[in-house]
Design a protein around this ligand. Sequence first.
Ligand SMILES: CC(C)(COP(=O)(O)OP(=O)(O)OC[C@H]1O[C@@H](n2cnc3c(N)ncnc32)[C@H](O)[C@@H]1OP(=O)(O)O)[C@@H](O)C(=O)NCCC(=O)NCCS
Length: 173
Amino acid sequence: MTTIRPFNCEDMLKFNNVNLDPLTETYGLSFYTQYLAHWPEYFQVAESPNGEIMGYIMGKAEGHGENWHGHVTALTVSPDYRRLGLAATLMKILEDVSEKKKAYFVDLFVRVSNKVAINMYKNLGYIVYRTVLEYYSGDPDEDAYDMRKACSRDVNKKSVVPLAHPVRPEDVD
Ligand SMILES: CC(C)(COP(=O)(O)OP(=O)(O)OC[C@H]1O[C@@H](n2cnc3c(N)ncnc32)[C@H](O)[C@@H]1OP(=O)(O)O)[C@@H](O)C(=O)NCCC(=O)NCCS
């Protein structure tokens, strides 16, 4: 049986099996603790019966006015536990939290090459809102899709009208 529970500090010592994935970003410890301190309800982990981390989601709420939204900063599931619906479950939790906070939409950034994740987000109701050029540093840099799904507060779905032109990272608020 899988347990979904809030992420805690000790989990940072146990998530290597998940973070070894090349598409999963590993940040400094202060980055994770900042999220734990500010947005604990947005940081959830899926744990197996033997205490192994199966996956986690980390996010936040940010923005002003009609830009008030939930944001997915990281979502990852260990290769051993994929295609079980864990990512979909974790996304639903983040969306429910965003609904309760009266957000207008949920958004996330994903590498344009990450076809599996893009397909998953589309199946979960997200659309490509805009392309952010050279968002990911590397050799070469890689573009990101900024994907969005409207919350119920955005009655007219204004937040998910795609932009016609790509933007630069410095234009992303
Ligand atoms: C993307 C990722 C989080 C998906 O996790 P997951 O728990 O396997 O996803 P789910 O089982 O919840 O899948 C939900 C739906 O997404 C789609 N999907 C997920 N993985 C897929 C795959 N490999 N091929 C095709 N469709 C896929 C399916 O529609 C699936 O529903 P279904 O199984 O009923 O058909 C996981 O592959 C991962 O951790 N990848 C590396 C990190 C990453 O890319 N994170 C996202 C960065 S923005």
